[in-house]
Design a protein around this ligand. Sequence first.
Ligand SMILES: [Zn+2]
Length: 241
Amino acid sequence: MRTFALRIAALAALFCGQPFQPEALAWHDKTHLSVAEAAGFELWYSAAAPDVAKSKEMFEPFEKPNHFFNNTANKPVTPDMVMKQAGSYNKPCDEEGHIYGAIIGSVREYQTASKTGKYANYPLVFCAHYCGDLSMPLHNTTYDDFNKERHSVNDGIIENSVRGNIAKIQSMMTPPVIQSEADLVKEIAAIAESARLLGLKMRQENRNMTPEEAYTQVARSASLLKAILAWSEKPTAVVTK
Ligand SMILES: [Zn+2]
């Protein structure tokens, strides 16, 4: 097993050929759990697990680019741009990242697994996490000095209040209807673009997100996840908070 792990690590280093960018985090754990719980995902308590997987050195080159898209060219996010990432899920060492493709890829994995009768909930755990990261402004804008300096504090803007505010997130949710991959792609583009524009505004005004802006963003993530769950015909847990 150890030999296998070393081989994967060596392979990843070979693929990358250069050191990876410094740690880019994500919404902190409780924020991720709350997005998934507000959406009614039965495995909401696992929604931070993809960050745990990412922290393991041997998995990092493959998992990390699934959590962001730096949009270095600062282009408006369109369905075409989202679709271009569709084949990139788990592609190692992609420094610009491919979170849009990761959402599509994890949904496809779920669909394939459920069709063949396999346990399909774990791909949805990854999907729930990526839906969370999707609304984070600094996961949708270039990894510049502003992003590096302010990333962690913005990841944690609502971390201390969010577990008591599931109902607040739910009251702000407007889940779209998703009935096809094209619908999914359109919704991913819309949320990513809202996050990109907020990221630009934060830079122009040289400030962090406000808690209300953060709640608006995570409600968008929860809405998307709820729509994906409905499309996937997953039984959703009743939230009693
Ligand atoms: Zn993440």
